[in-house]
Design a protein around this ligand. Structure first.
Ligand SMILES: [Zn+2]
Length: 325
């Protein structure tokens, strides 16, 4: 009896340390997270609502993903809060560039957030619009050597966020994950994917659309909500069928119920500025005749418009006629 009470206490403590005593409803729901985890009521929390009219346009160096074209044995786990995918290799998939500069971030895991219907589920919103699903690919800064150490630093993590739309047809790239979901319905279960996975298949593969993203500093969206993440939210969306998204809702949560939704509501932006990276190519005006340029005079701050020759000719003709009269 004493032994079982001690074991129970140890399990409870372990659960607390790992941040496992949270959920998405009732007393364990997001509005109560701050009671146990004070960092969840910080000023730079995630997710947020990104208002497109309230972002600062920038052109950052290209964002680079290394290693996503190589297939790696991968496995998915139901951790009671989400479906998490990891690969059986370490330090083979890297992220750098963009808001990360020349610092390298190492892939740790990716996971999903979803809602109980196709009208909600994403964590970040765009112009108050919610999407049915969102994927987070989590990278930690290589300088910090490990995920755990990175969590102690404000630039410890870089997280790629992908939003999904519902499409009439299934996305075949996601079938290897969707087909194993029935095997990991219970919490703690794990399943190796049928074939080694190329991460490019899950990510936006077009190099241009990959440079079109929002970026801001925020937090983990689950307790302990540490404010250690540089978020990169792609503007282009991925597509999954209704059935593929619905398959995620059959997973069981830590409480044993169906995990029908696992998204945190948006948090206040406070003093943060969201940047919108415009792909560099689009910033350079090309194939525009020089005559139509509206040049900005750096010294006077005035716009100079070059006068077309035809107007000058007309003015001269008018003056000649006036003089003749
Ligand atoms: Zn997440």
């Amino acid at each position: 009896m004493v032994f079982s009470i001690a074991t129970f206490g140890l399990l409870l403590l372990l659960g607390f340390c790992l941040g496992d005593d949270f959920g998405y409803d009732g007393n364990h729901g997001p509005s109560h997270w701050g009671e146990e985890y004070h960092t969840c009521i910080g000023k730079h929390q995630s997710p947020i609502n990104i208002e497109e009219h309230n972002v600062k346009n920038v052109s950052l160096p290209p964002l680079k993903l290394i290693g996503i074209d190589d297939p790696y044995q991968s496995f998915v786990t139901n951790n009671g809060h989400t479906v998490m995918l990891k690969i059986n290799e370490s330090k083979v998939i890297m992220l750098s560039g963009g808001p990360l500069g020349n610092k390298v971030y190492v892939f740790e895991q990716l996971h999903f957030h979803w809602g109980q219907n196709d009208f909600e589920g994403s964590e970040d919103l765009i112009n108050n619009h919610s999407f049915p699903m969102e994927m987070h690919a989590v990278f930690y800064k290589e300088d910090y050597k490990s995920m755990n150490e990175a969590l102690n630093h404000s630039d410890g993590l870089a997280i790629l966020a992908y939003l999904y739309e519902v499409s009439p047809n299934p996305n075949v790239m996601y079938e290897p994950i969707v087909e194993v979901l029935p095997d990991i319905e219970t919490v703690g279960s794990e399943k190796v994917l049928r074939e080694p996975l190329m991460l490019r298949k899950l990510f936006i593969s077009d190099i241009t659309t990959m440079q079109d993203y929002f970026t801001y500093n925020g937090s983990l969206t689950t307790p302990p909500c540490l404010e250690v993440a540089i978020w990169i939210d792609f503007k282009d969306h991925l597509r999954l069928s209704h059935e593929q998204i619905a398959a995620f809702r059959n997973l069981r949560s830590t409480e044993g119920d169906k995990l029908t939704h696992n998204f945190r509501p948006v948090q206040s932006l406070e003093d943060r500025i969201v940047l919108h990276n415009i792909p560099r190519e689009q910033n350079i005006p090309r194939n525009i005749p020089p005559k139509t340029y509206h040049r900005f005079d750096e010294h006077s701050g005035q716009h100079n418009v070059e006068m077309p020759l035809s107007i000058i000719a007309l003015a001269v003709l008018f003056a000649v006629i006036l003089f003749a009269i």
